[in-house]
Every structure is written in C-alpha cells, then in structure tokens.
Design a protein around this ligand. Structure first.
Ligand code: ADP
Ligand code: MG
Ligand code: MG
Length: 254
C-alpha cells in the first residue's frame, strides 16, 4: 500500500494586491485503493489543491507538506512527481504541435517508467484502452489535443490514466462538459484503473453527478480553502439534496 499525505497545507498566489492565501490548512490522507471525493462551492480552492499537487509554479506553498510514502512531493519537479506515481490530469493539457498521440503516449510512458514499454504489448494496450474508451482509432495519428473537443480531451486524459498506471490520480472536474454517455465511458475508465491497479483517487468535483458512476469511499467538503467536513458516501447524498448552503452560511457567519 502507498499513501499520499497532505498535512496542514497553506498555499498562496501572487495577486496585484500582494499574496493571497487560498488554501488555509488542508489535511488529507489517501491510500492506494481508496477514492476520495473533494466537493465544494466554486472558488473554495479545489483546483488550487490539484494544481499544487501537480507542482504548478504559480502556487506557493507557505507551510505544510505533501508526501508520497514519506517522500517530499513538494521537492520534486513535475516529471519526478509523475515518476513517483502521481497522475495529475492538468499535467498535459496543452496542444503539442507536430507530436502525434501515439508518439506522445509512448514517450510519456517511457519517461514515467524509466524504460520503454515492450513494443509487443504496448500497441495492443493502447489499442484496447482506446477501444474501451470509445476513442476513434484515427486519434492515434492526430496531434496531441489539437482541435480536440472538451469531451475528447477528457477521454484522452483517462486513456493516459489507463496506460500510465499511476499510484494516485488527481482528477479535477473530470465530469465538466461531458454528456451522459461520455461521463459513463470516462467513469468506467477510472473504475477500471482503480480495480486493476489499486489506484488511489482524488476526485474533485462541484457536482454529485459523477458520483453515481464513481463510488467514493470518503467525501470531503471543501469550503474557503479548508476541509469543512469529512464523511462517507452519505455526505454526497446530503449535498445532492441540500447543496452547499449550510456551509456557505457557516462561513459567512464565522
Ligand atoms: P475552485 O476550483 O474550488 O473553484 P479555485 O482553486 O479555482 O477554486 O480558486 C480558489 C480561489 O482562488 C478563488 O477565489 C479564485 O478566485 C482564486 N484564484 C485561484 N487561482 C487564481 C489565479 N490564478 N489568479 C487569481 N485568483 C485565483
Ligand atoms: Mg494551519
Ligand atoms: Mg476548480
């Protein structure tokens, strides 16, 4: 078992008016095999948490720690994080002109594993993962993300998840902009990665919709840069019915 541990994490960004603290002491422990849903209102800092785990240079950790099996993640550059077994969906969001999906996937897989995947298995793995995600085979020869729709980008994100076999995945708003069919296909991909590789997942979402397809073991409500409440799946049901009003009121009155 591996453990991703976030301890009393404080993160600031630089704004025109000086530094602004966005994360105000986040603590969270995720073991491999577990799915943690992070839910919260817009602007509560969910994407900031994802970007900080990803190592985005804009976000400054002012105190606290992120460790993977005791190793200091904050000391690692972005590539080292991937090699350590972290999958960060926003890591490769960009269009890469002149680089086909096939070449990109193989190059990234080689960088992550430290050795090239065996040719014999690799092509087969790519093909079957693409089939499972209902990605048109012609995508293999297209340039990375060039002209991809929102839904296509999400599928390709999950394709990477299935092929790279990370220990932990941080998925930020994977459900946004997906119609029901795409949501089901994408969710099944995440579930396969969890079952086959005992992946631990941080599933960040504003809406409960995706939780019909990906069942969380734990649910954390994020409000104003902190975990306001943690619980089991029943907490998501409660949010589905009540929304975040209860928490917003608590913040406003604090
Ligand atoms: P969420 O993903 O929960 O909607 P974010 O992490 O995107 O929340 O944002 C949290 C807060 O930080 C918001 O108030 C947002 O305006 C602010 N923020 C985040 N990133 C930036 C940025 N790059 N520039 C200015 N403000 C930012
Ligand atoms: Mg603190
Ligand atoms: Mg966000």
């Amino acid at each position: 078992m591996s453990t991703l541990e976030i301890k009393d994490l404080h993160v600031s960004i630089e704004t025109e008016n000086g530094p602004k603290e966005i994360l105000k002491g986040v603590s969270l422990t995720v073991n491999t095999g577990e799915t943690h849903a992070i839910m919260g209102p817009n602007g509560s800092g969910k994407s900031t948490l994802a970007a900080t785990i990803a190592g985005h240079p804009r976000y400054e950790v002012t105190s606290g720690s992120i460790t993977l099996d005791g190793e200091d993640v904050l000391e690692m550059d972005v590539d080292e994080r991937a090699r350590a077994g972290l999958f960060l969906a926003m890591q490769y969001p960009v269009e890469i002109p002149g680089v086909t999906m096939t070449n990109f996937l193989r190059t990234a897989k080689t960088a992550i594993d430290g050795e090239a995947p065996s040719l014999r298995h690799w092509s087969k793995d790519v093909k079957s993962a693409m089939e499972a995600l209902k990605i048109n085979p012609e995508f293999a020869n297209r340039n990375v993300n060039e002209g991809f729709s929102g839904g296509e980008k999400k599928r390709v994100e999950i394709l990477q998840l299935e092929l790279f076999k990370p220990k932990f995945a941080v998925l930020d708003e994977t459900d946004s902009g997906l119609d029901v069919d795409a949501l089901r296909v994408v969710s099944e991909g995440v579930n396969r990665a969890q079952e086959q590789n005992q992946m631990g997942t941080l599933l960040i979402t504003h809406y409960t919709r995706i939780l019909r397809y990906i069942k969380p073991d734990y649910v954390h409500v994020f409000v104003d840069g902190q975990v306001a409440e943690s619980g089991g799946p029943e907490l998501a049901d409660r949010l589905e019915n009540e929304g975040y009003v209860r928490f917003e009121t608590a913040t406003a009155g604090a």
